[in-house]
Design a protein around this ligand. Structure first.
Ligand SMILES: Nc1ncnc2c1ncn2[C@@H]1O[C@H](COP(=O)(O)OP(=O)(O)OP(=O)(O)O)[C@@H](O)[C@H]1O
Length: 239
């Protein structure tokens, strides 16, 4: 049987917050195995869209299809184990060591200590984090290092889908560009489908295969690597 070419499909989605339409009859799909940048200015609905995909928000109308199956909200917690989620301010637990933060989902899914250690070490090596950090706490690491820990945590269970909500926005330019390389290495080592929300056009051009540009909850433009240049001027002017 042929694998579906889309990891996520949103079909005729309508969503309002306090009687205000945020998304209206939105249909969009995200290709399997690709990195898709979700672009758009503040308030255009990007974070809402990610939360619709991981079932944290249920649409008023329309359907969310993920891994070729309609989202089963009764199974949301289980489904979310297959969806990595990285947010801007990392969300590491301050009272847990780096090793415990990274292996959190391994503990929840009752993995053995040996397999959790191996996975933690592998991920830290891949993103260039020294094992000296294993027993340190998040506040002892720089912002860029914390963001890499967040990436390791999200990828711990090898999720087929990774959602990233402005993961690098709080980092300075050189730290950001350094992390892009680690992100690319991870994509080569363990490829997965990624949807990354960003305001940075350069970030989208560097990291993504495809893009979806949202404006007021509607698709303004959509395309692949060769189409980035055609929207650049309009996109930067619209921000
Ligand atoms: N829980 C909520 N209650 C009410 N309104 C909300 C809620 N979440 C989002 N909104 C509104 O929905 C719209 C879309 O918000 P969303 O956070 O998805 O935008 P965004 O494109 O991710 O913005 P940003 O780039 O600033 O994060 C905004 O107008 C926002 O104020």
């Amino acid at each position: 049987m042929q694998k579906n070419k889309n990891v996520v499909e949103l079909i005729d989605i309508t969503l309002s917050f306090q009687h205000r339409n945020v998304l209206a009859d939105l249909s969009v799909h995200f290709e399997s195995g690709k990195v898709t940048a979700l672009l758009g200015k503040s308030g255009s609905g990007k974070s809402t869209l990610l939360q619709l995909i991981n079932g944290m928000i249920i649409p008023d109308r329309g359907k969310v299809k993920i891994f070729d199956t309609f989202f089963d909200y009764q199974q949301a917690t289980k489904l979310r184990l297959q969806i990595g989620y990285v947010v801007q301010n990392v969300g590491l637990f301050p009272h847990l060591t780096i090793s415990k933060n990274i292996s959190l989902l391994g503990q929840i899914s009752k993995q053995s200590a040996k397999s959790m250690n191996e996975r933690t070490h592998f991920l830290m090596d891949t993103v260039g984090l020294s094992h000296d950090y294993l027993d340190k706490y998040p506040h002892q690491l720089s912002g860029g290092e914390q963001q890499r820990v967040g990436l390791c945590r999200a990828l711990f269970l090898k999720p087929p889908l990774l959602l990233m909500d402005e993961p690098f926005a709080s980092l300075d330019y050189s730290t950001r560009t350094g992390i892009y390389n680690y992100f690319k290495i991870l994509q080569e080592t363990e490829p997965c489908s990624v949807i990354i929300v960003t305001h940075q056009f350069d970030e989208a051009e560097i990291l993504a295969d495809n893009f979806v540009w949202l404006e007021n909850g509607k698709i303004k433009a959509q395309g692949n690597k060769s189409d980035f240049s055609s929207i650049k001027t309009d996109y930067l002017a619209a921000l």
